[in-house]
Write a protein that binds this ligand. Structure first.
Ligand code: NAD
Length: 247
């Protein structure tokens, strides 16, 4: 039997124009949700909404830069006006930034990675929590990374941003557990998305080494990571709070 446990729930997915976010948006919609798909990439969003509408799903695309507070505020105002509620937020948009040793790392790039990966999660939760609380029950899932637990050489900005997402998630979970909100992080390992394809093309030797070091000897498909995000947002994980699920 088809599971429709998100029927009529309003689910916000950021970074929904590609990769893990797109697959999560499709999975939520397939389970009955009204998906609000946010991304900088308009073309990517159009493709995501097309993929959702094909089998009869519901999605609204809102072009948004998640690192910009006024755009995040406008997104939440739109959501409030159109639906009057929010049940789930999947704060997933992210970038890897360049790969350099710390002494060579361009400061502008460091700031941009922190803004897109970490500041966005702070801004997202800041503006989502009041609306989520109105429903009396809800969930937030923030995309971290295995780089929230490790220190991959060359990736100082990325690792710092994802360690930060882990910390923010734990604070938010503690602050909101008594208000019916469950807040968790998702830490994907190597996942075959356009982000990774671009990085692999730049450094095929590293890509080969990295995938051969994975016990399963393959990266994840974006849909496999999306399935874990959906589980963390679903009633099936109703007593899971403040965790970072490594997938
Ligand atoms: P992706 O590049 O396929 O998708 C990321 C999406 O985020 C893109 O559509 C992009 O346009 C959007 N985005 C970037 N900056 C934005 C901004 N400022 N505002 C709004 N949208 C913006 O990448 P993905 O692999 O699906 O990554 C999704 C998340 O998963 C990221 O947070 C990433 O750090 C994390 N992650 C990915 C992997 C992996 O191996 N692919 C591993 C660990 C963590």
């Amino acid at each position: 039997m088809e599971l429709k446990d998100f029927d009529n729930k309003v689910v916000l997915v950021t970074g929904a124009g590609s990769g893990i976010g797109r697959e999560a948006a499709r999975a939520f919609a397939g389970r009955g949700a009204i998906v609000v798909a946010a991304d900088l990439n308009e073309g990517g969003l159009a493709e995501t909404t097309r993929l959702i509408a094909g089998p009869g799903g519901r999605a609204l695309a809102v072009t948004t830069d998640v690192s910009d507070e006024s755009q995040v505020r406008n997104l939440m105002a739109r959501l409030k006006k159109d639906f009057g509620r929010l049940d789930v937020a999947f704060n997933n948009a992210g970038i890897t930034g360049q790969a350099h040793r710390i002494e060579d790392y361009p400061t502008d790039d460091f700031d941009r990675v922190i803004a897109v990966n970490l500041r966005s999660v702070f801004l997202g939760m800041k503006h989502q929590i009041p609306l989520l609380r109105r429903a009396g029950r809800g969930a937030i899932v923030n995309t971290a990374s295995v780089a929230a637990l490790t220190g991959p050489g060359g990736m100082s900005a990325y690792a710092a941003s994802k360690h930060g997402v882990h910390g923010l998630t734990r604070v938010a979970a503690i602050e909101n557990a008594a208000h019916g909100l469950r807040i968790n992080a998702l830490a994907p390992g190597w996942t075959e998305t356009p982000m990774v394809a671009a990085a692999s093309a730049q450094n095929p030797g590293f890509a080969q080494l990295a995938t051969s070091a994975i016990p399963a000897k393959r990266g994840a498909q974006p849909s496999e990571i999306a399935a874990a995000a959906v589980w963390l947002a679903s009633e099936a994980s109703s007593y899971v709070m403040g965790q970072m699920l490594v997938v």
